[in-house]
Design a protein around this ligand. Structure first.
Ligand code: 4AD
Ligand code: MG
Length: 477
């Protein structure tokens, strides 16, 4: 049985068989108390092993990190701290763990240390809770869209297109880098490459999702995306997962409504299904924060913060309004921003986003209608010819969690933008054809999955919410 099931069963005195990893063993000459965990829940179960029933050598081998199989009887616990425990009748050592060498001791390890031991960090309370929540959120994403009649579309991971036009791509090739084939002009001859053209790992599945939406109506992608941006921050990964819905006939407002509903749904799903893990992480977060200076602490606990998101409407403002607020903000006037805000056209940095979310509105903020110059080519140009139908959703402690837009569905306007932004129309001929044949209003957005997990778990570094993070200079495991 799994510990999760055992803790839900009412009847004691039943025979139980479980397998798991030892967290701690303590006790006396006469009896040992072994806490084991099998990953099904944050909770351990206590095994009681009477010395008379077991070989002393076996008991000695039962150290932190070892893996055992136990048979016994479920009984009401005599000790405090647990309602039931297992009175062992037999114990098998499945895999010993040399106590002198096993890196995880039954004490608090730093997150940095655990990142270096990412192969074992699943065995800690914190990481098992994080990865159970990651699973719950994955499930919630699929359920949300499935229930609304969206179709999940698997868009390619290897592609020739640069969907975001930002050029931050990892190239995919099987050319011999020591002996590159050259064209007559002396350039690299990609016609000799595996796919007969230059390819890269995708930065977004959006362009292909649009093709699907313009036939299937509503689709969503949920896949890995790759960005070769050299941002070594606590919110950037080189390989991250993104959810990208794309909806035919939806305008920007409907797109925003869907995104807000979606985020609230995912958070509610965790509150409903992962109460134990959230409670653990809530306590963990307040312990961590008690070490910080008072002004750096958040005003709310983790669970309270999640509930506030669900219970309140997100603030919706235009980019122009945001700039207005920022120009007149105290930190801007007192020159406290690293990047001062001067006016229309300025890109918003994370310090500005944090000001709007954490100081000014104290809730998620959705900013719309950004200047066209700072957004991607596919966003629909507004009538002012200066801004596009873009939307970013900013979350407390996270900053940008969602980026989306209404798409430019008018062929001539799209081509105009591509020329202005120097984007090759020949390469994207297939994208342009959807505007030529049966085009229609459509919109979509991208949710950075790890950023959502950060918010739900209260983890402050994105490296701690993906099993094996890929960041500049690091692709171990
Ligand atoms: O704003 P972005 O770049 O938008 C797109 O890629 C669009 N194609 C989405 C769409 O409209 N379908 O990225 C979307 C989200 C960001 O808001 C952020 O949450 C996340 O992806 N993201 C990252 N997460 C982790 N590491 C990175 N390097 C990220 N870059 C973006
Ligand atoms: Mg963005």
């Amino acid at each position: 049985m799994k510990i999760k099931e055992i803790l839900l069963t009412e009847g004691v005195e039943q025979k139980i068989s479980i397998k798991g990893w030892v967290r701690t063993r303590r006790g006396s000459k006469h009896v040992s108390f072994i806490a084991i965990n099998d990953g099904s829940t944050i909770n351990n179960i206590q095994i009681v092993a009477e010395a008379t029933d077991f070989n002393e050598e076996l008991i000695k081998q039962i150290t932190t990190g070892s893996c055992i199989s136990v048979r016994g009887k479920l009984v009401a616990s005599k000790g405090s701290g647990q309602a039931v425990e297992i009175l062992a009748s037999s114990i098998d050592m499945l895999g010993a763990a040399d106590a002198d060498e096993y890196p995880l001791q039954p004490k608090k390890h730093s997150l940095e240390f655990l990142r270096e031991n990412a192969h074992l960090r699943f065995r800690t309370n914190t990481f098992s809770a994080v990865f159970r929540l990651r699973h719950a959120l994955t499930f919630a994403v699929h359920k949300f869209f499935n229930d609304k009649g969206f179709f999940n579309l698997h868009t390619p991971i290897i592609t020739g297109a640069d969907a975001e036009g930002a050029g931050e791509m990892f190239q995919v090739t099987n050319l011999d880098l020591e002996a590159l084939p050259k064209t007559e002009e002396g350039k690299i001859d990609f016609s000799a490459d595996f796919f007969g053209s230059k390819t890269n790992l995708t930065v977004s599945g959006q362009l292909e999702a649009e093709l699907g939406a313009l036939a299937l109506g509503q689709v969503y992608t949920f896949g890995p995306t790759f960005r070769a941006e050299n941002s070594n921050t606590s919110r950037h990964l080189s390989e991250f997962w993104m959810i990208e819905p794309e909806i035919a006939f939806a305008d920007l407002k409907q797109n925003i409504d869907l995104a807000e509903e979606f985020l609230k749904y995912c958070i509610q799903y965790c509150l409903d299904n992962n109460a134990d893990d959230l409670k653990f992480l809530d306590t963990r977060m307040s312990e961590e924060e008690s070490k910080l200076k008072k002004e750096e602490r958040s005003e709310m606990g983790l669970i309270e913060r999640l509930k506030i998101i669900i219970e309140n409407d997100f603030e919706r403002i235009t980019y122009r309004k945001a700039i207005d607020v920022l120009i007149n903000s105290t930190p801007n006037k007192k020159k406290k921003f690293q990047y001062p805000i001067n006016g229309f056209g300025d890109d918003l940095q994370s310090e500005h986003e944090r000001y709007l979310v954490e100081k000014k509105y104290k809730k998620p903020v959705i900013i719309t209608d950004y200047p066209k110059e700072i957004k991607a080519f596919y966003m629909r140009i507004n009538d002012d010819n200066e801004t596009v139908g873009a939307m970013d959703i900013l979350f407390p402690a996270i900053g940008e969690i969602v980026g989306g837009s209404q798409r430019e569905e008018r062929l001539d306007k799209l081509q105009e933008r591509m020329i202005e932004m120097d984007i090759d129309q020949k390469e994207l001929w297939w994208y342009l054809e959807t505007r030529k044949f049966g085009t229609c209003t459509h919109s979509g957005f991208g949710l950075g999955f790890e950023r959502l997990i950060m918010f739900v778990t209260g983890m402050k570094n994105i490296r701690d919410v993906i099993p094996f993070p890929r960041t500049p200079q690091n692709a171990e495991f």
